[in-house]
Design a protein around this ligand. Structure first.
Ligand SMILES: [Zn+2]
Length: 337
């Protein structure tokens, strides 16, 4: 081979390497040119046949070819590895769609409640799930001997730390940090040591409301607000009734029933023929609670109410078992979407 022929062969090899499009082609060219039986090693072996005076120039040219071919193959090989051309793409295939989920029924109840009360001037207040004894019990006028403070009823961590049993401590925090008037609802997760069955769960979501003002607030105000909520949440024709009850933090205290939204009060299987469904607890804030948060009970008055988000969801959507709300079974959740 003459020097000119060598230069031609070199140019040809570099053109072939530049045209390679995938890793297999690059490997084939590596074998063809610099592999053990490739063209370049063959030229080195044949060097002894080259006339002595031409040998240095010829040797130099062969080494240069080898270096250039190696460089080009290395560059091509790394390019082929990350080249999108190596992935078969069929542009006619349909795209991959994200499956749209639905909002969890509890989130919907909580959001809807916040929306309804927002129209009445209530804002949403939030607080921690881990509480102290004062916020969860003492400030709410619940004495230490009360059964709810017992270790069998509440999850305690030491003597002064517990998982809140209600969202009322958020009301205490709100009152301690603000002056009246106060209008808040406090939705959130609460915990009680309950055995889980169709209607009970050791964790559930409460929505509590509080209104405190320096002008006189009455039980009639409470009833009108809850009647508005009942109508907006459960539908036209649903109203409320109060039954006397006892809670440590309200005086007087009432249990709140909604008209059965299925039979509109006539009596049916859902309301056990009574026409009413028990929904919430409520009452006028006990003056001793105001004392605990530093309010003058002679100058302020207010009402508080609370209900379970699960209870409202079960009544509204006809869910017979509270556990369905926590099982994340998409067949159930999609039905409510
Ligand atoms: Zn009914």
């Amino acid at each position: 081979m003459t020097l000119a022929e060598l230069e031609n062969a070199k140019a040809q090899s570099l053109r072939e390497i530049a045209a390679a499009t995938d890793a297999a082609a690059v490997e084939a060219l590596r074998v063809k040119y610099i592999g053990r039986n490739g063209s370049i090693p063959a030229l080195i072996k044949a060097m002894k046949d080259v006339p002595k005076e031409e040998r240095p120039a010829f040797g130099k040219a062969v080494q240069a070819w080898r270096a250039e071919a190696e460089g080009a193959l290395a560059a091509k090989s790394s390019e082929a590895k990350c080249s999108p051309k190596t992935v078969e793409t069929d542009l006619t295939l349909p795209g991959r769609w994200w499956k749209l989920g639905v909002k969890h029924p509890l989130s919907r109840i909580i959001e809807e409640t916040a929306e309804i009360f927002a129209r009445l001037g209530f804002t949403v207040a939030d607080g921690p799930e881990l509480e102290n004894r004062f916020n969860n019990f003492t400030a709410l006028n619940t004495p230490e001997h009360h059964p709810s403070q017992d270790r069998t009823d509440t999850f305690w961590f030491g003597d002064d730390c517990l998982l809140r049993t209600q969202t009322s401590p958020v009301q205490i925090r709100t009152m301690m940090a603000n002056k009246p008037p106060i209008r808040v609802i406090c939705p959130g997760r609460t915990f009680r040591r309950d055995t889980t069955d169709a209607t009970h769960s050791a964790n559930f979501h409460q929505i509590e409301g509080l209104y405190v003002d320096t002008k006189s607030v009455s039980l009639a105000d409470l009833k009108s607000v809850l009647a508005y909520f009942a109508r907006e949440m459960m539908g036209d024709g649903v109203t409320v009734r109060f039954r006397p009850h006892f809670f440590p933090f309200t005086e007087p205290s009432v249990e709140v029933d909604f008209t059965c939204h299925v039979c509109k009060g006539k009596g049916c299987g859902v309301c056990k023929q009574s026409g009413w469904i028990e929904v919430a607890g409520a009452g006028m804030v006990d003056p001793r609670v105001f004392g605990h948060v530093g309010y003058d009970a002679e100058k302020v008055s207010g009402y508080a109410f609370g209900f379970g988000a699960e209870r409202i969801a079960m009544i509204k959507y006809g869910i017979p078992d509270i556990r369905w709300l926590y099982e994340n079974d998409v067949r159930f959740l999609n039905q409510l979407g």
